[in-house]
Write a protein that binds this ligand. Sequence first.
Ligand code: G3I
Ligand code: 9MR
Length: 563
Amino acid sequence: MKKKTVSLLALPLTLAATSFAAMPAYNQLGFTPKSSKIIVIPGNEANALEVREITGKKVMELEGPYALEWAASGEEVQVFDISKIQKPGTYLLYRNGERLGTPIDISKDVYKDLGIAALKWFYLQRASTPITAEYAGMFARPEGHPDTLVKIYGENRTIKSPRGWYDAGDYGKYIVNSGITVFTLLELYENFPEYAGKIKTNIPNEFPKLPDLLEEVRWNLDWMLTMQDADGGVFHKVSTLKFSGSVMPELDKADRYAIGKSVTATLDFAGVMAQASVVYKKFDKAYADKMLKAAEKAYAWAKQNPSAFYTQPSDVNTGSYAPGNEDGKDEFRYASTELYRATKKKDYLEDLKANPFNPNGPWWGDMNFIAVMRAAEEPALFGELGNTAKKLLLDEANSLQNLVDTTGYRSPIHEWNWNWGSNSAVANNGMILVHAYLLTKDTKYLTGAQAALDYLLGKNPMLISYVTGYGVRSARNPHHRPSEADYTDDPVPGMLVGGPHLGKQDINLDGKEHWKCEDYASANLPALAYLDNRCSYATNEVAINWNAPLAYLANALHAIYNK
Ligand code: G3I
Ligand code: 9MR
């Protein structure tokens, strides 16, 4: 790391260089007055950075700092901390007399609309109901997939399996991915009941006693309940045998199947239903009791079928949500933790003690950290396991905070996060940092959580907001059938796209229809391997388990900074 100084001899080059001054990367929505405010500028100039009010009045000047390398993008970058500016207003950046970037909004509600939109998207993803203009404006659409005649794959019977959310850019409904998603949305409610219990998302009010957030989650819980078979086992997914073309939901008429009864789906179901029974009890005890009963029945089935892992039938190509190397232990830890919390029955605690959680995850394929969050929040209930969980959580939070404090883009991103859905890993890391703040009230963790949201909203080497419709330059072409096929130029708003990684699973699969995805084939660094094109389902799709931690993070930071 070195600091270059500019000699007078180099001045002409420098002047030439400033006409192509590097674009600054920062949260394109702006900042709340008391939050940390980080500006990242690629390069290594000595020139100072000025911050001026929109009136032109200079309020801050920062010398060009030492540059840092960021291996994920191969860049040298300089980091400017303008957090001391707390007066609400609109600000501009200047360097060497030239304005950089776009105006910066500092105000208390900068994330409020985003938080609402990230939650509202779940309504727009509903199966089995018309989405009306009263609630969805130009994103209204007819009902898709009533799912009242779903065939049980491999058997000669059918079930009714209506409601639920489309998983992502496709029209499948998947129990495993519903698990972490519903946990995250209910965790937002549990961690911030005052704020999250009052958010208005303008959705149908089928259950007047329920806050909008819980009304929306119930749409998926109701579907999940239809997926439990009489023996307590839970089907893995509902989908067509093959992914549909790029059509609107109502035009996807192929038969729908409930495919595979799996131990992972059954345990994720058990954990979600146990947590939901606690959350909904005060609103609808009968519904809560029904969910708890289903949870215990599912757990019992799983204990009887611990190796019933999902295998994709050869004539099915929709999502599998089966990483292949699974042992089910993390799902058992998650389910036993939530069931013990909901029932206080010692058997569940004994199971957890015999199979204690580790700090892996959280992602749909590893639920360990979901169990850690639950137990860390309930030390009185989980005793020594609760203390262990709190230590695991704070150890991970400190590791993430160190990345924020010491790496180029000041973001909580582990090397191993650069996978399919990398943006959701960043959002989940932000959620862990919020949990660390809630447990300790140490505001350093808030700067870490803020850093995660900043990355998703523009503080990244792609200089893009990865959330459709939010930011001065945001993802426009997600792999999302309703956005592709609806004749509306704008994508459905409030969706977090998957984000960069080097897997490139969407390139050269068949040498034909993926030709557009070749555009990012040459990207050889993880933070740069992203393509804002519908062909790129590996980097530019959307998914319910990605939007949930975005919704958690945006609403949590809004709630905390507006207490
Ligand atoms: O966890 C391993 C990691 O240990 C390893 O180092 C890395 C590199 O090989 O792979 C990691 O596993 C990856 C896994 O995602 C977790 O990130 C797999 O390679 C990768 O193929 C897998 O991708 C999943 C993808 O479906 C393909 O199966 C995504 O997580 C998952 O979000 C995505 O989900 C799809 C649904 O199937 C269908 N609906 C759309 C949805 C979003 O694209
Ligand atoms: O649209 C599908 C997306 O939801 C999945 O995440 C992705 C990977 O399983 O597959 C997409 O479907 C593509 C299929 O895999 C290959 N033919 C083109 C399909 C649409 O892009």
